[in-house]
Design a protein around this ligand. Structure first.
Ligand SMILES: C[S@@+](CC[C@H](N)C(=O)[O-])C[C@H]1O[C@@H](n2cnc3c(N)ncnc32)[C@H](O)[C@@H]1O
Length: 233
């Protein structure tokens, strides 16, 4: 997965500097980030948002996530954005969905029933392309981008957003120190820095998990799974 460091990039971004790496990942089927089941934290905590049936959910950097299928099954209209045509085609094909395609601005919109994906660069999206939405679902979107561009991701999200929106944000963070359970993790600080000016932030859930480490089996790695609810002020 791309994880390069970049100098601060001025806005507007002419494509994230990692774009070619993501396109290559999809071409070469290096997609370990893709989950073969619906995210358990999504199923567990999404209902706490108490959204109206039929409300519209924006899924930035959506890949071919099965979470979109689940969201549509809950009655939502889903609008994703994804850079790679390989990913978008796979999403519809692998789920047995026949998509209709049409051009929208700089994007190709793929649509089947309640599920739509705009294929192209998130940073090129305009509010007219994406339309109105009530909620943002972010799993491995913000954190997929180089740290130097995450502020631009949030600033762009705010340009796209109607006034009142909730963001449902899932993060996974690897601990630097597996022994010390209280060892500081940096993601809270980053979420605060990026979102606190415009959003009230609630950390709804934290789970600390030890995971197998094939490089050093006697030293499992520790990861923290977090669920944040952000509500526009
Ligand atoms: C870590 S993956 C997560 C995918 C999905 N959210 C999931 O949970 O499986 C990040 C995705 O963002 C896409 N991506 C990266 N940069 C993008 C950009 N600038 N515009 C649109 N999609 C982008 C990549 O192609 C990749 O599918």
């Amino acid at each position: 997965m791309p994880s390069s460091a970049f100098a601060a990039t001025p806005y507007p971004v002419q494509g994230s500097p990692d774009n070619h790496l993501w396109l290559q990942c999809w071409r070469e089927r290096r997609t370990a980030f893709h989950q073969s089941v619906v995210n358990p934290q999504l199923c567990r905590f999404w209902p706490t948002l108490e959204l109206a049936y039929g409300s519209r959910v924006f899924v930035p950097l959506c890949g071919k996530s099965l979470d979109m299928i689940w969201l549509a099954q809950q009655g939502h209209e889903v609008i994703g954005v994804e850079l790679s045509t390989v990913a978008v085609r796979a999403f519809f094909q692998e789920n047995g969905l026949k998509a209709v395609k049409r051009r929208v601005g700089k994007f190709v919109l793929w649509r089947s029933g309640k599920l739509s994906i705009l294929c192209g660069d998130y940073f090129a999206l305009t509010p007219a392309d994406v339309g109105l939405f009530d909620t943002v679902y972010d799993r491995a979107a913000l954190t997929a981008l180089p740290e130097t561009i995450r502020g631009l991701y949030v600033a762009h999200l705010q340009r796209l957003m109607p006034k009142i929106v909730q963001v449902f944000l899932l993060t996974i963070e690897d601990a630097a120190d597996t022994a010390d359970l209280s060892a500081a993790m940096g993601i809270d600080t980053e979420i605060n820095t990026l979102y606190s000016a415009e959003f009230a932030i609630t950390l709804a859930y934290v789970e600390s998990v030890f995971e197998d480490n094939s490089a050093a089996p006697e030293q499992p790695t520790r990861a923290e799974y977090k669920v944040y609810r952000l509500t526009s002020k």
